[in-house]
Design a protein around this ligand. Sequence first.
Ligand code: ADP
Ligand code: MG
Length: 240
Amino acid sequence: MSDVSVNTGEAAGVESLFRVNDLHKGFSAPAGELHILQGITFSLIEGEFLAVVGESGSGKSTMLQILGTLDRPDRGEMWLDGESIHGLSNGRQARLRNEKIGFVYQAHHLIPELTALENVALPLLVQGVAGKEADARAASLLERLGLAARQHHVPSHLSGGEAQRVAVARALVTRPRLLLADEPTGNLDEHTAGEVFALLRQLCREERAAVVMVTHSMALAHSCDRMLRLHEGRLVSGQL
Ligand code: ADP
Ligand code: MG
C-alpha cells in the first residue's frame, strides 16, 4: 500500500509542488471517535491532475478542506510551493489561500447579486488588483471559457454548466498553484460535466497548477493523470 503514495516525479529529480505527509483527522461522535483520515500521504508535481474517488462518507471533503487550509488536521504536514503550510496562523493561511489555492465545489457558490464578471473579478480585488485590471483579466478568462456573452448576467440567469464555468474562472483567475475541486461536475448532466471538466483540465495544464479533484465519475477519473481511492482513511491505488 505504501508505494501508491510514492512521490510522483521526484525519482526523476522533479520537485513536488504540493506535498502532504501523514495527515490524520478525527471527529468525536456519539458512538465514539471517528478517525476519518488515517495517514494521507501523497505529492503532486506542477501541472499534475489527481482524481480522488471513494464512497460517500469516506472523508473526501474533509480531506480537501484540510488540504486547502480551511480546516486543520489533528496531525500531519503539508508543503506548497516550497513553504510549510500546516502550522501557519489563521491570518497567514487566509493569505495563502487567496494567493495560491483555488476552490471549486459541487454547487457554484457564486454571489447571487453579482454578475459573472463581478464574481470572477472579486478575488483579484481582494488581492489588491485595481478594478479595471481585475475586470479585464476576468473578462478575458470568461471569454476563454466561452462566456463572453454571459459576463453581465447574474448567476440565476445562467445555466448550470455556465454557472459552473464561472466558478472555474473565479477559482483560476488568481492563477493559483493548487486547485482543489470537490465534485465540481456533480450537479451537471454527463455531457455538460465532460465539457466543464475539459475546460478545467486545459486551463490547469496551461497554468501548471496542481489539482486534486474529487469525483464520482469513473470516466472523468480515468482521464486524469492519476487516480487514488480514499478507503478506510487512506489513499490507495484507484483500482480496487
Ligand atoms: P465524503 O466527502 O467522502 O462524502 P466527508 O468528508 O463529508 O465525506 O465526511 C466523512 C465523515 O466525517 C462522515 O462520516 C461525516 O459525517 C464526518 N464529518 C465530516 N465533518 C464533520 C464534522 N465537522 N463533525 C463531525 N463529523 C464530521
Ligand atoms: Mg463530499
